[in-house]
Write a protein that binds this ligand. Structure first.
Ligand code: SAH
Ligand code: ZN
Ligand code: ZN
Ligand code: ZN
Ligand code: ZN
Length: 462
């Protein structure tokens, strides 16, 4: 992204989008027709809430950036915007466009691979492949040289993961998890993978496809990280915002995506997505429904009542939110691990177990989890479960969400975390040291008490 210059309109309200008190919150009203646009496409309508009710003026804010520092767009719903401010905003939006178009980046890549190894440089500061004519401009920048073909084939290793905690932290799959996902996709017979925010999975598919002749799986990456346009053609990557279903490349990019879904009459397509965890589930769900609808339109005969198969990778504590929007989904026990996340390493090797799971609309029994990692098949539940997940006779289900063995509480009539006890004054199960009466509004992300979403440890990184 280019830097935002003076032309950017100053936000009309100094208030932070997230400076909200107890019992108060922010509700997303969604993508509404006629919404103004920021550099990240149409903005979303929000409203402050208190005790679950609208409390205050509605306003538009950026769909992608949760921090005003990253995108300062702000507009009251009922605000009258002057012509000068509109013009300034348009200029700001233009200034935020990347310095090269995707097309230009594709051309640059073609030239780059023709260079001898000794002339292949990658500027680490600008996160950009450099052509010799451009070296001069980056002389005082750190750069890598001798960029090999192998490096070009794994851009997720070459690019440094974006670290902005609130807006766009990139948590890359550990190789083991990525391999597992791909094997699963292949075993299930899928041929087309719509990779939404999964650059590492995309990259694994791409490099397999270029190395193994009989590997037939193809992938299209949709991601907001435009740096990837340096490595992939317009048939392989679309600059896309998954919070407002916005294709930065306009109708042409939209059409590329449609075409991708069209292949094979849409029959062996699966969408895999691993969005940022910072909430806005409803915005994601609405975009994913639009992608599903795009797929549905592809089939000549229609897909009857089928949904586009999907893996939505997300923490288990969002289960009820996801099911609210996608009742056909179920949560798998598989723990998805990440390379660059301190907390999300696998239980056996890392310190803590990953809370990240796969949600899918495929029949659970089809999702075979690795027995060598301790997963087993529960014949009653007809799905693979983690080793610690015991089938509860009373619930008649394998009830653990976090992989630990849960226990049944007869008073609550459900299974609860092993660390919980039934509290007779609260009339429910809770941690031993809880404060009675505060059936607490815990962290929005992990549900735990003691911190807010913005400081949730499960969002922090190594
Ligand atoms: N585990 C994945 C990466 C997940 S990190 C892998 O290894 O492939 C989240 C991804 O979503 C990042 O690639 C990030 O660039 C992308 N992303 C973040 N915000 C986005 C948005 N608004 N629209 C589209 N993609 C987004
Ligand atoms: Zn540079
Ligand atoms: Zn069971
Ligand atoms: Zn209880
Ligand atoms: Zn109590």
């Amino acid at each position: 992204w280019g830097r935002c210059r003076a032309a950017c309109p100053t936000p009309a309200s100094p208030r932070s989008r997230r400076g909200v008190g107890r019992g108060a919150g922010l509700a997303l009203l969604g993508l509404v027709p006629g919404a103004p646009s920021c550099p990240h496409g149409p903005t979303l309508l929000f409203v402050k809430t208190s005790q679950g009710r609208e409390a205050g003026r509605r306003f538009y804010a950026c769909s992608a950036c949760r921090d005003r520092k990253d995108c300062s767009f702000f507009q009251w719903e009922d605000e009258k915007v002057s012509g000068t401010r509109l013009a300034a905003r348009e200029e700001c939006n233009r200034n935020h466009q990347p310095s090269f178009t995707h097309r230009q980046n594709v051309e640059r890549y073609k030239n780059f691979v023709l260079l001898p190894l000794s002339k292949r440089r990658f500027c680490q500061e600008c996160q950009q492949l450099l052509l010799p004519a451009e070296w001069e401009k980056h002389l005082d920048h750190q750069f890598l040289s001798d960029i090999s073909t192998a490096q070009l084939k794994s851009p997720s290793q070459l690019l440094h993961p974006l670290e902005n905690k609130k807006t766009n932290a990139q948590y890359l799959f550990a190789d083991r998890s990525c391999q597992f996902l791909l094997d699963l996709i292949v075993d299930l017979g899928f041929r087309q993978v719509l990779s939404v925010g999964t650059p590492r999975l995309h990259e694994m598919i791409q490099s397999k496809a270029s190395q193994e002749e009989d590997f037939r799986v193809r992938s299209l990456l949709l991601d907001i990280d435009f740096r990837y346009s340096q490595f992939y053609t317009e048939d392989e990557f679309c600059h896309y915002n998954m919070f407002n279903h916005y294709f930065f490349g306009g109708e042409a990019a939209h059409e590329k995506c449609r075409k991708f879904l069209y292949q094979d009459n849409g029959e062996r397509v699966i969408m895999v997505t691993d969005p940022p965890f910072g909430g806005l589930v409803e915005a994601l769900a609405s975009s994913f429904k639009k992608l599903m609808a795009m797929w549905k339109e592809t089939a000549k005969e229609g897909h009857n009542n089928e949904e586009m198969p999907m893996f939505w990778i997300f923490p288990y504590f969002f289960e009820s939110r996801i099911l609210e929007f996608f009742p056909s989904f179920s949560m798998m026990d598989y723990q998805v691990d990440y390379d660059n996340h301190a907390l999300y390493k696998h239980g056996k090797t890392g310190r803590r177990q990953s809370p990240v799971r796969i949600f899918t609309n495929l029949t659970p029994s089809m999702i075979v989890l690795p027995v060598e990692e301790g997963y087993r098949f529960c014949t009653i539940c007809q799905r693979y479960v983690s080793s610690g997940n015991q089938h509860c006779e009373i619930c008649n289900s394998c009830t653990s969400k976090d992989g630990r063995r849960w226990k049944h509480c007869v008073l609550c009539k459900k299974c609860v975390k092993p660390s919980w006890f039934h509290c007779s004054s609260c009339n429910c199960c809770a941690l031993q040291n809880h404060t009675c009466g505060k059936a607490d509004a815990g962290c929005f992300v992990c549900g735990k008490a003691g911190h807010k979403r913005s400081t949730c440890p499960s969002l922090s990184r190594t």
